[in-house]
Design a protein around this ligand. Structure first.
Ligand SMILES: [Zn+2]
Length: 617
């Protein structure tokens, strides 16, 4: 008998398997993130061992490299690698992993596992690569370990047909507010690729630092990478650390990273901010400003600054020259030109900018911004590239061929799609990974929120108000990682994971959501992240306590926990909650003298931290 089922039809079975350690056949349910489109699990398993051979139908460098990614994992975790050969050299019935071109659409793959072999069918390198990513997730999670593991390398028999929902599945990283070195950028890309995320939006210029070497304007990195000090805490503290802060990527490093990403089917979309968020550049070349201030200095605190590019010829010459070098470094057709948060104060006071408004019959400074972006778009289009910008490029009229990244909620994205412009949904705060993902009372400083894992998971990027024709203009999603409060790689990973897994799933998987199923797969996925040393947030295992306003004397308490199959137990007398404590079932009322302390329990064991919340009137 064949065990045939679709994953979403058997949540109970899967939940029961959550706690089972991987490494034996029984435990090897299919728990892939992002969830493939069609999964059928069959009886039996394939055992990968030293005798297994990888056979390539197309043995060119691309497919040899893809097979190499499997061997890279096996060499660490299994202590052996598999020989890679051309398929035509295979003797009949040889046990192996076969990569075959079946003419599937770009990025799609078909993975079939039987006891005698594994076949990955694809149409492009990306499809073969994603088939391999799924195969890695079908193996015991220990395959992601950095040390040799003594497990049996079994793969459950199955048939998986898979293709992405969206062509644009992105992650953003701001390297300006804080800088991250080449090794971390590569690791960030590796983790994206593991989740079938294919666009890396690299935010390279800001008020607080310019991070990209431009040969024609050496000051941008000699000087513009530096800020003399950095604010401690939020905008409001007024306290600074007194330490110069800088960092930049040489063109050689950028080329290396672009190649590294391309090998993993990730396209890098560079962002050069204009006309706002330009203070670091203006500090180097003050002639690019409206010239209203005596000195310009790279920003030392977060926020928005009135010192923006002036709309004069020098600015366009500068930006066009910068773009020429950007085009040489980045093969991406799409380049991000920022366009967000550009105050109009300088333009209002600038004789030259007012002259441009008059000369071109523009209505106001918003139309001046649109004129600026359209002028840059013409140049960028003339070089065979296209622009994408944040919502604000809609102000004063959208440039004719521009794509929009909708961050101010969904409104801009809806408007752009209605005007038949392509849109990437990155709505704040739902897709902002700089927001808290747990109770702010016990979390490190973040931008706001909280935006919980479930909120991120539940978000559907295709607004219902759009007609089916307009909906087709929503080309994908992207998670934003602004790094004001992420001074280290560890903090970036803590904030990005596991929420990024939810974004990846929305970008790849079909529209129906199944939170229970996702959490079950995610809990298993944590073992993979553990193996890779990702310091993700573990709020998944903790109760989330919420107080809802009622009268001045009481609040209504609700609690939830992400971990599947967990119960919440709590106390109101300050003692440590245990399995014997009251079990949370329904919202309840507390008064000012009570403190809620709660913990998640599963199968009699505490699985996370005790969380505590105090009523502060
Ligand atoms: Zn000006």
């Amino acid at each position: 008998m064949k065990l045939r089922f679709l994953l979403f039809s058997v949540p109970a079975l899967i939940i029961a398997s959550c706690a089972v350690p991987s490494g034996d056949v029984e435990a090897n349910f299919i728990r892939v993130i992002p969830q493939p489109q069609h999964v059928r699990q069959d009886e039996g398993s394939f055992t990968l061992d030293k005798g297994t051979v990888v056979f390539l139908q197309e043995a060119d460098s691309q497919y040899v490299r893809i097979a190499g990614f499997l061997n890279e994992k096996l060499s660490k975790a299994a202590g052996f690698t598999l020989p890679v050969r051309e398929e035509k050299s295979a003797e009949e019935g040889r046990k192996g992993i076969y990569f075959r071109n079946a003419g599937l659409p770009d990025e799609a793959y078909h993975l079939n596992v039987t006891p005698s072999g594994i076949v990955i069918e694809y149409g492009t390198g990306a499809g073969a690569f994603y088939g391999l990513q799924t195969l890695l997730q079908l193996l015991p999670a220990e395959v992601f370990s950095q040390e040799k593991e003594s497990v049996k390398w079994v793969v459950p028999c199955c048939d998986i047909e898979d293709a992405p929902r969206f062509k644009y599945r992105g992650m953003h990283l701001d390297v300006c507010l804080h800088f991250f070195d080449v090794d971390f950028i590569k690791r960030y890309i590796d983790l994206m690729a593991l989740h079938k995320v294919n666009r890396f939006h690299w935010h390279l210029t800001e008020d607080q630092g310019w991070r990209l070497e431009i040969k024609r304007y050496p000051l941008l990195t000699e000087k513009g990478q530096w800020r003399k000090e950095t604010v401690i805490g939020s905008l409001k503290s007024g306290i600074y650390d007194g330490k110069p802060y800088g960092g930049y990527y040489s063109q050689e490093e950028v080329r290396d990273i672009v190649r590294y990403a391309a090998d993993r089917f990730v396209t890098i979309i560079p962002e050069i901010e204009m006309p706002g968020h330009a203070l670091a550049a203006i500090a180097c070349y003050p002639e690019l400003s409206c010239g209203l201030e005596e000195t310009y200095e790279t920003a030392t605190r977060w926020g928005i600054f009135r010192q923006v590019y002036c709309t004069k010829e020098e600015t366009f010459t500068f930006l066009e020259n910068v773009m020429d070098e950007v085009f040489e470094l980045f093969p991406s057709k799409l380049v991000h030109i920022g366009g967000d948060e550009c105050p109009k104060t300088s333009w209002k006071a600038c004789e030259h900018c007012q002259g441009v408004i008059k000369k071109f019959g523009l209505k106001d400074e918003f139309e001046l911004q649109s004129w600026f972006i359209q002028r840059m778009e013409r140049y960028i289009n003339s070089k065979g590239r296209e622009i994408i910008g944040w919502d604000e490029i809609l102000q004063g009229g959208l440039a004719p061929n521009a794509k929009v990244m909708s961050w101010l909620g969904e409104e801009g994205g809806i408007k752009a799609a209605q005007q038949h412009h392509e849109v990437v949904m990155t709505p704040y705060p739902k897709y902002y990974l700089d927001y808290w993902q747990a109770d702010p009372d016990s979390e490190p400083l973040a931008m706001g929120g909280p935006t919980l894992l479930k909120t991120m998971y539940d978000y559907d990027p295709v607004p219902e108000v759009l007609t089916p024709e307009e909906q087709a203009y929503i080309i994908g999603v992207e998670g934003c990682v602004w790094t004001e409060y992420m001074p280290s790689p560890a903090r970036v990973e803590y904030m990005a994971y596991p929420r990024m897994c939810a974004i990846a799933e929305t970008g790849w998987s079909k529209t129906e959501k199944d939170w229970e199923d996702f959490t079950c797969r995610l809990e298993h996925h944590f073992k993979r992240l553990d193996g890779l040393g990702v310091g993700y947030c573990k709020a998944f295992f903790d109760p989330y306590i919420e107080f809802h306003d009622d009268t001045p004397y009481n609040k209504v308490v609700t609690m939830s926990v992400d971990a599947p199959g967990a119960e919440i137990h709590y106390t109101l007398d300050g003692s440590d909650p245990t399995e014997q404590s009251e079990r949370y079932e329904l919202p309840f009322v507390i008064n000012r003298s009570q403190k809620v302390r709660a913990v998640a329990i599963r199968n009699g064991n505490r699985i996370g931290n005790i969380k505590e919340k105090i009523f502060r009137p």
